[in-house]
Design a protein around this ligand. Structure first.
Ligand code: IPD
Ligand code: CA
Ligand code: CA
Length: 264
């Protein structure tokens, strides 16, 4: 595959940060047995990965702004371009040595996401999408799944954990969806949930209270693979609201129909 220069910059940065995370994962597997656990070590791994991403992206595109989960916003001289980066999405999985985590890099131009790269260094799956040019997994073109019967669909969700989100609302949503689908999943790395929808592994996915760095790259992947992605409750921009539902046209519509009335 021939990708644009911008995608090549993103991939190179993701692979370098990925090598760092993979080394740290090896260390974490040893730390599980210690009483204190690997929590502090993980937060260092996270910061290290973000610094690698910032260094590489800023070197290749000096003027672009940068929004990272760890370091916050760093303004650039070019006000129209911003990287939106999660250096480690799926922290809880990483902390427990579960190989479902990823680096997620989105590029926003004038408010629109124009490119996305998601990389899981544990299995070396590399997802790439560019506006109008399609979505790819390790150079294979992606297409969302075509199922049109909800009772044959596998749907992923995000589960609000202690101290976060509306647990009551989630339980109502879960019951409604659970009663209608073939399988419900909670994998724990939002970027990869989007990527799995783009790859047709999952038929749909919804989650509330996400942050822009969880969504940016995944959003373009799903859309470039022919999927529909929107805010759950309104016609607003999911990157701003953080409440996202996606799938093929049919599945997205069905999920939206089930979820929307539950907030009232
Ligand atoms: C989290 C993961 C998780 C989602 C959370 C996110 P983090 O990101 O994507 O799947 O349910 O809402 O915050 O903290 O691991 O980068
Ligand atoms: Ca995240
Ligand atoms: Ca993170």
């Amino acid at each position: 595959m021939l990708y644009s220069a911008t995608i090549n910059v993103m991939v190179k940065a993701a692979r370098r940060a990925g090598r760092s995370l993979k080394r740290d994962l090896g260390e974490i597997e040893h730390l599980q047995v210690s009483l204190k656990g690997p929590a502090n070590f993980v937060s260092l791994a996270d910061k290290r990965a973000e610094e690698i991403l910032y260094t590489d992206l800023a070197k290749a595109r000096p003027g672009f702004g940068f929004i990272g989960e760890e370091g916050g916003t760093r303004e650039g001289s070019d006000k129209s371009h911003t990287w939106i980066v999660d250096p480690l999405d799926g922290t809880t999985n990483f902390l427990h040595g579960i190989p479902q985590f990823a680096i997620s890099i989105g590029l926003q131009r004038e408010g629109t996401i124009i490119a996305g790269v998601i990389y899981n260094p544990a299995n070396e799956e590399l997802y790439i999408a560019e506006r109008g040019k399609g979505a790819f997994l390790n150079d294979q073109r992606l297409r969302v799944a075509g199922r049109r019967k909800l009772n044959e669909c596998v749907i992923a969700c995000g589960l609000p954990h202690i101290g976060r989100g509306d647990h009551e609302l989630f339980r109502r949503e879960m019951i409604e969806i659970q009663n209608r689908v073939a399988g419900l999943r909670r994998f724990g790395a939002a970027s990869l949930d989007f990527a799995f929808v783009a790859a047709g592994r999952l038929d749909g996915y919804w989650e509330r209270n996400l942050s822009p760095w969880d969504i940016a790259a995944g959003q373009i992947l799903v859309r470039e693979a022919g999927g529909i992605l929107s805010d759950i409750d309104t016609s607003g921009d999911p990157l701003q609201t953080g409440n996202v539902v996606c799938g093929n046209e049919f599945v997205h519509g069905e999920l939206e129909k089930i979820l929307r009335p539950l907030t009232k």
